[in-house]
Structures are given as C-alpha cells and as structure tokens.
Design a binder for this molecule. Sequence first.
Ligand code: SP5
Ligand code: ZN
Length: 370
Amino acid sequence: MTAIPLVWSEAQRLHDPGAEIWVGVRAPAVEVAARADAIRAELELAGHPVVAAAQQPDRALEAVHDRALLDFLASAWREWEASGLPQDPGQDRVVPYFFPHPGLLGTLTPVLPAATWARTGHFAFDTMTLIGPGTWEAARGAAHAALTAADLVLAGERAAYACCRPPGHHVTRSAYGGCCYLNNGAIAAAQLLAALGGPIALLDVDAHHGNGAQGIFYDTADVVTGSVHVDPGAGWFPHFLGFAGEEGAAAGAGANRNVVLAPGAGDGPWLAAVGELARWARGFEPRALVIALGVDAAAGDPESPLRVTAGGLRAGCRELGALGLPSVVVQEGGYDLATIGPLVRAALEGLDDGLAAAAAATRGSELAHG
Ligand code: SP5
Ligand code: ZN
C-alpha cells in the first residue's frame, strides 16, 4: 500500500503575514511558509506521493463562506494599496481598527464601511491575522488543496492529506482570524457532504478550539463537529468560545462536542479526549471523516501549553483511523519548525495504522459471516 498522498499548492508560498499584531504590538509572524516546506520535506522522505492541488470552482468556497467575506478577502490588499495606506500612515498589511461590536450596534445591521481602513473590522475578529499581497491567492490555494484531497478520497483513496497553509479552522461563515482566512476543513466537509450525503464527521485536534467549523455547522447534524483543545476558560485563544457546554442548536442540537484540557496536559488526557471524540462521532454513523490536524498540541510548541508527544499524536490519529472512514486530513496549526514535519508524519502513520486495522477487522467479519 502506498503512503497517504500529500496535496500541495504552490500558491500557499505567496502568503507572508509579515507579522502578527498582539496587544497592539507588531511581533514576528509564526505562521510562515517554512512550515509547509518542513512538512513536505519530511513527508517526501517518508515516501508520501505529492499531488498538485487542482483549480476548483468558486461555488465550493461559497458552500461555507458568505460571498461578502470572499469578496473582501479577494480585494482587500488591492484596495488597501490603492488607498495609499502603505505610504501614509505606513501600514504594509491590511489590519482592522474599528469593529461593529454588538454592544455598539444592538439590533442594527452593520453596513460595509465606506472607508477602506474601517472595512476590515467588518470581517476580522482579531488583530493578529494580517493580509498582504499574496494572502488571497495562498488562502484560495490552501482551500483548493483541501478540495483536491476530498476529491481523491471520493475517487477511492482511503485517506488524503492537504498541506494547507494558511490554516483555516478559526474562520466562520462571515469572519476570519486566528492566522486563518478560509476554513479548509469545513470546505472539504461540505464537498464530502454534497457527494456522499450526511453525516460527515469533522474532528479537530489542533491545540486551539475549532470554532470555525463549530459555528458554520452549529445548526445542522449533517456535519458533526468535535474539538479537543486547551481550555479557553484558562485564558487561551479563542477566549470567547470553545467551552464544553456548546453542543449545537436546532437540528444540530447534540451534534457539536468540545473537550477542553488544562494547560500542561500531555498524552494521557489528550488521548482520552481524542478517544472520547472518536467514540462520540462513531455514534452518528458518519460516511466520511475530516481531521483538522494541528500539531501545536505538541510539547514545545510556542503557541500552546499542551505537552503531547509524537507518540501521542500517532496513537490519537490511530484511534481516528480505527473509525474506518474515508479520511481527509487538513493541516491546521503547529509552529515549531524543527518538529512540525516529524509530528505530521507520526500523525499520518497513526491514521494509516488505524485505517488498516479497521479494514482488516471488516475483512475478518466478512469472512466469518460471508
Ligand atoms: C491555526 C492556529 O493554530 N491558530 C492559532 C491562533 C492563536 N494564536 C494566539 C496568539 C496569542 C498571542 N501569541 C503570543 C505569542 C507568544 N509566543
Ligand atoms: Zn492552533
């Protein structure tokens, strides 16, 4: 059996956030192109075939995002540049400054501001997620990689891995942030849903809450969403949501699950949480699985206080593979350039082991009953 294919978009390299602005301070960006290079180098060495992301129709993005968000992202840099803001006052990235906070507007509908510099706040929910000259092309390339991975799985691959950069799991239907611009995992899930029918399971093992998919699919059980992450109640991003009590609403009541971990948690509690999410998702009898694979839960990652090991990631992804579902993996976070490659490799090895075990078990029961 050949190793799980890696889907690659060369366009991802065009995004250089340049910085992230945190508490008003411009700090070096951690979400850099070298992340994807490190992953690709490690996976190529391990024998994963590389597949180029194929161009995809816009409607695949519209399945999960508002047209207004897509239009903004596609034009934001051009308009920022045309407005002269890079020269005066000297801001070389698109940043927000004023927000249509519910406390400002009450029940009024936010308009799209006339001023370029005010428009960003309509779509950005944080200050850390900068837009530059190639951001849109890269974000679209990452989404196309996720869609290509979904298409490979729909064509019969047991699993496919999309090396998505920039990542996507914080993006909602209408707003972006958290170093993310388009929700690659949700876009892949929507593609699988359209082809296979529901339910589709989307499980997020990034160290941070998968708030984007939670929000996009909150009212439906067609895509069942689960996330294990460091407790926002202990002071971690995304701060305002990601709590255990968020379980879905309306037709989606009970179809979202958050498992929160204390800062410092390692393999034991993390694996227990992944196992819990896997068992919970199995109960919905999903037709396919999307894994939002952030590896920032690993010990030593600069953006998270969790202490999972490569062996832990391997074991967790083995449990997800053991669901025996066609699986699309999208890259989310993971910011330690020295370990990101080996961590992703370990995760995919685990997934492959789990899928093989599930396939062997199915063959065994067919022999017994056939
Ligand atoms: C995809 C993903 O993992 N996004 C993570 C976004 C969370 N970033 C929170 C950043 C908070 C401030 N970071 C300060 C830098 C300390 N090293
Ligand atoms: Zn993360």
